[in-house]
Design a protein around this ligand. Structure first.
Ligand code: MRU
Length: 342
């Protein structure tokens, strides 16, 4: 099962509908740009690496629709841009689209083949960074069995397969050195309790779900050996955007003196963004905060403030792991080692 899949028969982008989990396992097929953009905006599909693949296949959806409906080149360009820019923070979405746009002149099959390559490369990257990350964590925690805190969902649902931070968790579990996972529930849309817990339950990985507000206390009480999170964009100086609440975890780890590890494929490293200040942060509708699972939880007229991401400064990050390298950002470390140089 994959979060993102191309269906050649009907030239559709098939997505696991993550808004319906854990209650229902259903997929949706997108055959129009409107459907792709709606799926991205509503978080039917989410997570930076998964959005990278959607960036590629989304262009193929636009080309198929253009063919059916006889769009001219300007219309097609505009629709491709709508897919590319549907969410601003995860650099992978634009990265995936930009990787296939130069191939549009060669036809839809060339765009699909390149999108397939994005999928395959992402899975390979996740598996390699999971090995590197697990090695680093075991070397730096000095424990036989580690207790991990994670935030948001970074598993196979958020990627093309396996996962990033959750990939490291899976690797630690496979090596028999994982004691327990604290999964932050991740308000407002509950990616932790709905999705991470679902994945961990499926894999038989021992875990507890805690409210986001418990994370700092759990860390300061000495219940956690390492925090591992994913990333939506890693800037040239190592500053990292990830789900809102991540920086609070990093601050607590710094105070407790335990490692705070960022795990992502190199496609999430954006050397053209110089620092965290330059990362656009998606501001979502306040009603996601003033409601919970459709139930209104604030008085009439209460306004919600809903930034979807925050930026953790590199000084709070112990290690950034990609499939290329593990970098300990200290201001002088070469962040470009995280991406392939060829
Ligand atoms: O709003 P979301 O659910 O797309 O946010 C996802 C995250 O913040 C993930 O931690 C990040 O994209 C990395 S996924 C491997």
């Amino acid at each position: 099962m994959r979060a993102v899949e191309w269906m050649p028969q009907n030239r559709a982008l098939r997505l696991i509908d993550q808004t319906r989990l854990p209650g229902e396992s259903v997929t949706v097929d997108c055959t129009t740009v409107d459907e792709v953009v709606d799926a991205i905006v509503r978080l039917v599909v989410r997570g930076a690496p998964a959005l990278g693949a959607v960036g590629g296949y989304g262009v193929a959806v636009a080309m198929a629709q253009a063919e059916r409906e006889g769009w001219d080149a300007a219309r097609l360009d505009g629709e491709v841009r709508r897919v590319r820019d549907a969410r601003p923070t995860a650099v992978n979405l634009a990265w995936g689209a930009d990787r296939v746009i130069p191939l549009m002149g060669e036809g839809i099959e060339a765009v699909i083949t390149e999108s397939d390559a994005i999928m395959a490369e992402d899975e390979a990257a996740n598996r390699e960074l999971s090995r590197l990350g697990a090695d680093w964590i075991l070397a730096h925690t000095g424990r036989d069995k580690v207790r991990v805190l994670t935030h948001c969902n970074t598993g196979f649902l958020a990627t093309t397969a396996w996962g990033t931070a959750l990939g490291i968790v899976r690797e630690l579990h496979a090596r028999g050195v994982l004691e327990l996972v604290y999964a932050d529930e991740t308000r407002p849309l509950l990616q932790g309790s709905r999705l991470t817990s679902w994945e961990l339950t499926h894999d038989g990985i021992d875990h507890v779900v805690q409210v986001d507000g418990a994370a700092a206390s759990t860390i300061l009480r000495g219940l956690v050996d390492v925090a591992i999170i994913g990333a939506d964009r890693i800037a040239r100086n190592g500053d990292t955007a990830n789900k809102i609440g991540s920086v609070s975890v990093a601050l607590a780890c710094a105070d407790a003196g335990i490692p705070f590890v960022v795990a992502a494929p190199s496609s999430t490293v954006d050397l053209s963004t110089l620092s965290g200040e330059d990362i656009p942060i998606e501001l979502r509708d306040g009603s996601e905060v003033t409601t919970l699972a459709g139930v209104v939880t604030a008085p009439d007229g209460a306004r919600g403030f809903n930034p979807a991401f925050d930026v953790t400064p590199s000084r709070l990050i112990s290690a950034i792991v990609t499939e290329q390298a593990v970098v300990e950002p200290d201001g002088s470390s070469p962040i470009d080692a995280l991406v392939a140089t060829s």
